[in-house]
Write a protein that binds this ligand. Sequence first.
Ligand code: SF4
Ligand code: SF4
Length: 56
Amino acid sequence: MAYVINESCIACGACESECPVSCISAGDNVYVIDEDVCIDCGSCANVCPVDAPQQK
Ligand code: SF4
Ligand code: SF4
């Protein structure tokens, strides 16, 4: 299981520093999660103002 960031992301960057395994980075338009590294903790979803990280 992993989280993915959908197109509602406003690229605020709040989630990046919250990830315990540092698998979130800025993409071209939205932030991106490395699904191979994500441990499904949900911290990104908890801090996101627009609910963009969703569990796959
Ligand atoms: Fe990082 Fe946790 Fe979000 Fe996965 S669910 S991207 S491990 S903060
Ligand atoms: Fe995008 Fe939400 Fe992360 Fe901000 S906290 S960069 S809106 S996914």
